[in-house]
Design a protein around this ligand. Structure first.
Ligand SMILES: [Zn+2]
Length: 147
């Protein structure tokens, strides 16, 4: 099972468990994943990317305000900017999937060499990281420009 932090078009955050990433995609496409608050089925996955700082160079990062826009309601310029951001993250960062929180923590502790990673976390994991001064950023994950 995979645990995803999800968000609906009304910016309600909630958790979902799925057999696999593909199963999640299938269920969302069929409108089977509904927000428990408003019943909305325009659901997308929260995705975390860290800003990795080397040891001794840590900086305080204020918690980001959460702003939600669904991709189909997004102005074109914004979608293009977010697609560029996604492309940059995919090009420059290593995808670690569900290991994100653990890897980010181990890098912070110096157990793993610092590198730029991205992947999924739960809201609880993200909060725990923030509590321990480990900077991560939640970024909107729009569909790729090429499909
Ligand atoms: Zn909702």
């Amino acid at each position: 099972m995979i645990h995803y932090t999800l968000q609906c078009g009304q910016a309600h955050a909630f958790d979902g468990w799925f057999a696999s990433g593909a199963a999640f995609d299938r269920q969302v496409t069929k409108g089977l994943v509904a927000c428990p608050v408003c019943g909305g089925v325009d659901v997308e996955r929260g995705l975390m990317a860290p800003s990795v700082s080397r040891k001794g160079n840590a900086r305080e990062v204020a918690p980001a305000k959460s702003v939600a826009v669904t991709p189909n309601q997004m102005p074109d310029q914004m979608r293009v900017a977010l697609q560029r951001l996604r492309a940059e993250v995919e090009r420059r960062c290593d995808y670690v999937g569900e290991n994100f929180a653990e890897d980010a923590r181990r890098m912070h502790e110096g157990e793993l060499p610092a590198r730029a990673i991205y992947g999924e976390t739960t809201a609880e994991q993200a909060e725990a990281l923030a509590d321990d001064g480990i900077a991560v950023a939640r970024i909107p994950w729009v569909p790729r420009a090429d499909g």
